[in-house]
Design a protein around this ligand. Sequence first.
Ligand code: UT7
Length: 321
Amino acid sequence: MRSRIIGTGSEVPQKIVTNDDLSKTIDTSDEWIRTRTGIRERRVSDEKTATSDLAFAAARKAMSAANFDPEKLELIIVATCSPDTLFPSTACILQSKLKASSAAAFDLSAACSGFNFALSTAQAYIESKMYNNVLVVGADTLTKYLDWSDRSTCVLFGDGAGAVLLEKTEEEKGVLASYIKAKGDGGNHLVMPGGGSRDPEEKSGRFIRMDGKEVFKFAVKALEESVVKVLEKANLSLGSMDLLIPHQANMRIIEHVVKKFSLPEKKVYVNLMKYGNTSAASIPLALDEAVREGRIKPKDIVVLSGFGAGLTYGSNIICWG
Ligand code: UT7
């Protein structure tokens, strides 16, 4: 039994904030942001928009791409680290919005690697025959947790959501293997300190704090390791990979793996210039765009690779179709 993707969808807020816009309020420049990260602009949600709103729009598109009745949905997993509320879960809020009354629903927290963790969870549920279909959503609104005066973090992130609908198949296609890992010892390098049970009153702040250099070093190794390991698990060679969709955090991190594996440009999907780092949304948003642009054909081998706070990282390998 395997799980195959039968529909994808994505959503970003309308408001675009360019690098030049940011350079009007903080000491930065379009040149610095572009050369250090590759990012040109990002989408920022308004105060009325929460994570579940973006998740709902993305999920509806994925369901309609698959022509799927929400009543038949069995499980919803939302990967997010910016839920609407601590509880109810964003997945339960989404279940209600979708009118998917038969579905179980829960959130999964693995920050920017959340989609990889959620996809491997869905894969396991379907392969174990516990569920016949699963909606997996990666959605985050991290711009709500940025200190807009901290130039080392606020230029990096954007908001968005991406969704995939998975269904069981007995054919040799779909998610072939997943490899997910955590390195909790490095957790202090990327932290959202306030708002949890350690500090419910947010005395330590409700803003993202990051040691960019440490995360960068971790990210290049994590990406390299998880691509190699997931290919090994699927018993496939690097040459058989048709498209790599890495987490869209920094172009220099992506260039490192491109160089390491001598990958031709056409085998790597990049859209971070338009959206920045959208956390758990980054990979499904890129996957949806790649599908809609015709970059993925039936039987293509696609590798999705993420890394992020936790520290967490992982890859999924898919035979498309
Ligand atoms: O999903 C996972 C999330 N995180 C990541 O993937 C982030 C990984 N890390 C990175 O992408 C990079 O480390 C950054 C883009 C965050 C930073 O790039 P860097 O090349 O490591 O720069 P740096 O932190 O070493 O800063 C170099 C200089 C510093 O100035 P001094 O001390 O050399 O005078 C910074 O203060 O650049 C300065 N700087 C800026 N200058 C203009 C930092 N941010 C900015 C900015 N504009 N926005």
